[in-house]
Design a protein around this ligand. Structure first.
Ligand code: GLN
Length: 241
């Protein structure tokens, strides 16, 4: 049984980010891997040690402000679970909240958890558009697609990026990096949502969550015709001249 937690689904859920949870759960169900999904909002209890996959979506600056204090109270237990291998996917606003802080365009500093040593500050222009990344999954180079819409520019210091930007802006529009990786935490600016379109990424997260529970198994292959078509549309449009 894998236990999936969607944290702050009422506040952090931009651009269909909930679809990431649906994709994770559905690909487990198709393989008859039992899954329990819980949704945790501000003020509601959760024991991160019991969770196998934690999802944090994107949010507006206003929504990030509304959940920041609640998230900070959960810092120690979340950090402990992450250090023990909890698999996390954090998108955009959720990604920013795992870092040190987010300095908004009106000069407000929204504190983050500081679990990942990165910071974000709003730029002059929003970074908007379709994105194609090159990312390593199971030692293979994979194209991952989505779209971004953020004012925050994130600087990841010595952390590994999630991938290299082939099309789009990524973390900050300057250094060619997109997202961040730390332990089993995967952060990205990509909406789309990300996981339904990028099945290899979803399966990597499922595999990691199972391995953390001591279950070593090859995932049953699924039919990925639609997912592969979604990636191909982007590659044909942006990378093939
Ligand atoms: N509010 C943040 C920004 O604009 C995050 C936006 C998002 O989650 N799409 O940078």
């Amino acid at each position: 049984m894998l236990k999936v937690c969607h944290l702050y689904p009422d506040l952090l859920n931009l651009y269909g980010d909930r679809g990431n949870v649906i994709a994770f759960v559905q690909r487990c169900c198709w393989r008859k891997i039992p899954v329990e999904l819980i949704e945790v909002n501000v003020g509601e209890p959760v024991d991160f040690n019991e969770i196998d996959f934690l999802f944090l979506g994107g949010g507006s600056d206003r929504e990030q402000n509304l959940m920041a204090a609640d998230l900070l109270q959960r810092k120690n237990s979340l950090k402990e679970a992450i250090d023990k291998g909890l698999v996390v996917l954090a998108i955009c606003g959720g990604y920013q909240m795992l870092g040190q802080y987010y300095l908004t365009s009106d000069g407000q500093k929204i504190p983050g958890l500081g679990i990942l040593d990165l910071y974000t500050k709003a730029g002059q222009q929003r970074l908007i558009g379709n994105v194609v990344l090159e990312m390593k999954i199971a030692n293979q180079s994979v194209n991952v697609v989505g779209f971004e819409n953020h004012s925050g520019q994130t600087f990841i210091g010595n952390l590994d990026p999630l991938g290299k930007v082939l099309v789009g802006h990524g973390n900050n529009g300057q250094d060619g990096s997109e997202g961040a990786r730390y332990q089993n935490v995967f952060c990205s600016y990509l909406h789309g949502p990300l996981l339904p379109k990028n099945s290899k990424f979803t399966d990597m997260l499922i595999q990691l969550a199972l391995e953390r529970r001591g279950i070593k198994t090859d995932l049953i292959p699924l039919e990925n015709e639609f997912e592969e078509a979604a990636v191909k549309v982007m590659i044909d449009r942006y990378l093939k001249k």
